[in-house]
Design a binder for this molecule. Structure first.
Ligand SMILES: *Cc1c(COP(=O)(O)O)cnc(C)c1O
Ligand code: SF4
Length: 342
């Protein structure tokens, strides 16, 4: 059973009974799925799985620069459930529930039992109507919350409606389910994610190699075998994956499981998450250290969602500097070379 309170977590030996933690749980949703409970090493006070999901009193500290809506979703929401920030793609947020609640979540003020809930059928009609009425929308990105908490029947209904919209060519899911609740990804779920005539992409959110249990690997394989194109999504997190070894191992694990590394997010300014954040320069160094050290297939793009709703920007250090009459290019070991071409 999913653990949903400090009492549940304490009974499972994963935390102490502490009134301050009760306060955290009142403010931000708590859920740790059975698959994750299995993965936590209770003997390790720095366990990277526990750190992502078990509440900590540090969450009571809110810094002035932190925001309830750190990436500015609300500024670009023309109708309930739709975020339309870039011309050719929209987010469709049908549900604001997740199978687990990450302690660093960028939408932590919107998700959970006290969050924005699930779109009503009238709201879903209006959201799909918006997509149908905007021929520039080439891609629909189902996110939330976690869209894979919906039943295969409901997902299939959404996919059938998107399939009817000629200008939508690609449907992308962002989800943590294959890793945190792998048993949900059964044949019916896999079938529901596909829509006739459209390409289905699915971004798997994972932040540490240890999240890839044998069951998670099998769930991912079922998706890949069915022709769903898999990409990754991770958050750079202090105390979880903020060293080169751990990041390299995570990215290689994605590739071994047929998941192409896509984004490594700089942590957002979500309330009560300062203990997870590191500096941009530290992040740039880590990402630069991956280059050359591990396969080109395993390189993620390091990005920040600019607070205020201005979209994502790449944070990688540039390898190129312009000198007089030529460029200087830095190689993966830090050596500089003159490039005299154009
Ligand atoms: C992140 C995001 C996307 C997807 O961006 P990509 O760079 O295409 O992955 C689209 N819309 C919104 C509002 C987003 O926040
Ligand atoms: S799965 Fe995503 S939306 Fe849900 S709690 Fe984690 S980061 Fe937030």
């Amino acid at each position: 059973m999913t653990l949903r309170s400090i009492e549940d977590l304490a009974a499972a030996g994963l935390t102490e009974r502490d009134p301050a933690l009760e306060q955290v749980a009142e403010r931000y949703a708590v859920a740790v799925s059975p698959a994750l409970v299995e993965l936590i090493d209770r003997g390790d006070p720095d366990d990277p799985i526990a750190r992502q999901f078990v509440p900590s009193v540090e969450e009571l500290v809110t810094q002035p620069q932190e925001r309830a809506d750190p990436i500015g979703d609300l500024a670009h929401s023309p109708v309930e459930g739709i975020v339309h920030r870039y011309p050719d793609r929209v987010l469709l947020k049908a549900v604001h529930v997740c199978p687990v609640y990450c302690r660093f979540c960028f939408r932590r003020e919107m998700v959970g039992p006290a969050g924005l809930g699930t779109l009503t059928s009238a709201e879903l009609d209006a959201a799909i109507g918006y997509i149908a009425a905007h021929p520039e929308v080439w891609e629909v990105i189902l996110t939330g919350g976690d869209p894979l908490v919906l039943s295969p029947r409901r997902l299939e209904a959404i996919m059938r409606r998107l399939a009817e919209i000629e200008h939508v060519r690609v449907v992308r899911f962002h989800t943590r389910v294959p890793v945190v609740e792998p048993e949900r990804v059964d044949a019916a779920m896999v079938a529901a994610l596909k829509a006739s005539g459209k390409a289905t992409y699915l971004a798997v959110h994972a932040n540490h190699k240890r999240e890839f249990s044998p069951a998670a690997r099998e769930a991912v394989a079922r998706l890949a075998d069915a022709g769903v194109v898999l990409v990754s999504q991770s958050v750079l997190l202090r105390g979880v994956n903020d060293d080169v070894e751990t990041l390299a191992a995570l990215m290689k694990t994605f590739v071994e499981n047929r998941i192409k590394p896509y984004y490594l997010h700089h942590p957002d300014l979500a309330p009560g998450t300062s203990h997870f954040r590191l500096g941009i320069e530290e992040g740039q160094k880590l990402v630069a250290a991956l280059r050359g050290r591990i396969s080109g297939l395993a390189q993620p793009t390091y990005v920040l969602d600019i607070p205020g709703g201005h979209g994502k920007s790449v944070l990688g250090e540039s390898a190129v500097t312009r000198g007089d009459g030529c460029f200087t290019i830095r190689d993966w070991q830090g050596q500089e070379h003159r490039y005299t071409g154009e």
